[in-house]
Design a protein around this ligand. Structure first.
Ligand code: FPP
Length: 244
């Protein structure tokens, strides 16, 4: 039985298939405690562990986490190195849990920009978990939605140049199928922490109809009860996809 579940949440129906999360506020969480920023990221990695358990318990199929944006490459190199180390440690320490929990790992983004050691570890865990069938955990790494759309346009333009596609035949499905998220359902629910009301170049095409829930708290303070609260809010909203 799930603990801290809001009374208003319906466990049987209307569980979002796909939850996307902008994990914001690690740096500010650390600053308010007089700690180095990396401690905030470390605490943020702990929140991820808890959220995977909670999402799995709810029967969510996909969780996509904005772990490192294209813009994050402009941070000081010491912070980038610390984040990559943390990601490697996270992958190493989660590997067994992911297998035990039947969780499949995927990654989206310009993965070729990751340091070779990080990429290698990532590829290993993706390969090891590829046949798992419960939750799919998607890490957005070196990810930017505009870059993703540019990559998609390039591949569609190539198909037109090759003569295998006519410009007039291009449909929304060609674009969706050319994104890094090809084959995944669009997010139903987008969560952002630390109170910012922005989507920050995250899944711009895919979140067209997502319900957005913003939490004031910083990501390291995000607990499973908050995920349940977000799902309860999602369930209260009447989703009409623009129809009456
Ligand atoms: C935002 O906080 C968070 C990030 C840039 C990275 C998120 C990374 C983690 C949660 C941990 C490492 C990832 C994995 C998968 C183990 P911020 O630094 O932008 O916070 P601020 O806005 O308060 O400065």
């Amino acid at each position: 039985m799930v603990s801290f579940m809001p009374q208003t949440m319906n466990l049987q129906n209307d569980i979002p298939r796909h939850i996307a999360i902008i994990m914001d506020g690690n740096g500010r969480w650390a600053k308010t405690r007089g700690l180095p920023r990396v401690q905030g990221h470390r605490a943020g990695a702990e929140s991820i562990r808890e959220i995977i358990d909670a999402a799995k318990e709810l029967g969510v199929e996909y969780v996509t986490l904005y772990a490192f944006s294209s813009e994050n490459w402009s941070r000081p190199s010491s912070e980038i190195t610390a984040l990559m180390r943390l990601l490697e440690q996270f992958l190493e320490s989660k590997r067994k849990d992911l297998m035990r929990q039947n969780v499949r790992l995927l990654a989206i983004g310009q993965l070729h920009r990751l340091p070779p050691a990080t990429r290698k570890k990532l590829d290993q865990v993706i390969e090891q978990t590829k046949d798992n069938t419960s939750l799919t955990l998607v890490l957005a790494l070196s990810y930017g939605s505009r870059e993703e759309i540019v990559d998609a346009v390039r591949s569609i333009a190539q198909a037109v140049a090759d003569g295998s596609l006519q410009p007039g035949e291009i449909e929304a499905s060609h674009i969706a199928d050319s994104l890094y998220t090809a084959g995944m359902p669009d997010p139903d629910l987008l969560i952002r922490t630390s109170g910012e009301m922005r989507v920050s170049n995250f899944l711009l095409w895919q979140i067209s109809y997502a319900e957005i829930v913003i939490f004031d708290k910083y990501w390291p303070d995000f607990r499973q009860g908050d995920l349940f609260e977000a799902v309860a809010q999602y369930q209260k909203r009447h989703r009409r996809f623009g129809a009456l």
